[in-house]
Design a protein around this ligand. Structure first.
Ligand code: PMP
Ligand code: GLN
Length: 383
């Protein structure tokens, strides 16, 4: 492994999912639903396969049906208009969208300011692009992980090329507020920065939280690359359909990198996701309601088991603090948890440069059937 990647090794998700299988534990580690997305969307994929749509290389930017559906989604949900021909790009999941954006937009040595804890592919993708990550740490404050705007401003230097934002935020469940997003936008405009914003959990916001796309803030449309994922929004993580919406020059740049990574992907699934994006509001409302019920089951279970719970305003993850259990090392805790309780979770420290700051936090995924969550909660309570 070369020097750029040496620090990364195997992803925590692979390690912990393997541990779940080998110990027969309930896997609340890796974030994938244990129930597939809508039947009619699966049928749409079968139809595409059978009718020979997408079985050969689809067009480089994605099939027109899907690009049109993505543009329509941004328009109807957020009032953002994007031209499906020049401002939308289909990618192999959000993961490729992130990697291709960074590979396309960074010069070696450029600094990327990213919220910490950060989704693990961010650090690796910045490294592959030869960039330098500059983390700004979200810290617990009144039950929520909060962004310190002064710290964010102080992190920007003359070498900063872009801000890498994620809202709703994995792993903390924080949803950035209008005021926080407005401040980020002001900073980006003021310092003339590009922004890559990972909004894959855009449809998973709870209570009175609202997902606001950063691209909709003043001065942002032309400098923002927005990323979405059908894996997250429709519970088909294995299909690897993601997308980018941005101004034409940015989409062209990202596409230049993308064409040498995968060229294209997921042919028949692209047609199915085009249909999924046109599902009525009842689908999106139902998805959110189901996940909210699951959040509450797991949050209550974790609280009863003695964890401090940061109730997430978005995503399908709950971050906990294990110190009330008399523990302080999330890595050790997560490695022992399958034996102790038959449950797998993720140590948040893997999402930090400052491992010390992340040490006491552990993440549980709640995109699982209610009976599975109840059983996991019961096991943790008996632990
Ligand atoms: N960004 C975040 C914040 C995620 O949590 C995930 C997936 N779990 C991804 C990107 C990757 O999405 P995809 O599976 O579409 O590549
Ligand atoms: N994004 C999912 C998570 O955060 C996992 C995706 C992956 O395994 N790469 O758990």
């Amino acid at each position: 492994l070369n020097r750029r990647l040496a620090e990364f090794g195997t992803t925590i998700f692979a390690e912990m999912s393997a541990l779940a299988v080998s110990t027969g534990s309930i896997n609340l580690g890796q974030g994938f639903p244990d129930t597939d997305g809508p039947e009619e969307v699966r049928e749409a994929a079968v139809r595409a396969l059978r009718d020979g749509r997408g079985n050969q290389y689809p067009p480089g930017p994605g099939v027109p049906e899907l690009r049109t559906a993505i543009a329509a989604h941004q328009q109807t949900r957020y009032g953002l208009s994007y031209d499906p021909d020049t401002e939308v790009l289909v990618t192999a999941g959000a993961t490729e969208a992130i990697a291709a954006s960074l590979l396309a937009l960074l010069e070696p040595g450029d600094e990327v300011v990213a919220l910490e804890p950060y989704y693990d592919s961010y650090a690796a993708s910045i490294a592959m692009a030869g960039g330098r990550r500059v983390p700004v740490t979200l810290r617990p404050h009144e039950g929520r992980f909060r962004l310190d705007l002064d710290e964010l401003r102080a992190a920007v230097t003359d070498r900063t090329r872009l801000l890498l934002i994620n809202t709703p935020h994995n792993p903390t469940g924080t949803v950035l507020t209008r005021a926080e997003l407005a401040a980020i936008a002001e900073l980006a405009v003021d310092r003339d920065l590009l922004v890559v914003t990972d909004e894959v959990y855009e449809h998973l916001v709870f209570d009175d939280a609202e997902h606001l796309p950063l691209a909709a803030f003043p001065g942002m449309r032309e400098r923002t690359v927005t990323i979405g994922s059908a894996g997250k929004t429709f519970s088909f993580t294995g299909w690897k359909v993601g997308w980018v919406t941005a101004a034409p020059e940015l989409v062209t740049a990202v596409r230049s990198a993308k064409q040498f990574l995968t060229y294209v992907s997921s042919g028949p699934f692209q047609y199915a996701v085009a249909e999924a994006l046109a599902l009525p509001d009842s689908y999106f409302d139902g998805f959110r309601r189901d996940m909210l019920a699951r959040r509450d089951i797991l949050a209550e279970g974790l609280t009863a088991a003695g964890f401090e719970v940061f109730k997430p305003a978005g995503t399908y993850f709950i971050t906990t603090d294990i110190r009330p259990l008399g523990e302080k090392d999330g890595f050790a805790f997560c490695r022992a948890l399958p034996e102790r309780a038959g449950v797998v979770a993720i140590p948040n420290a893997v999402f930090y440069d400052d491992r010390e700051a992340g040490a006491p936090f552990v993440r549980f995924a709640f995109c699982k059937r209610e009976e599975v969550l109840r059983e996991a909660a019961e096991r943790l309570r008996r632990m």
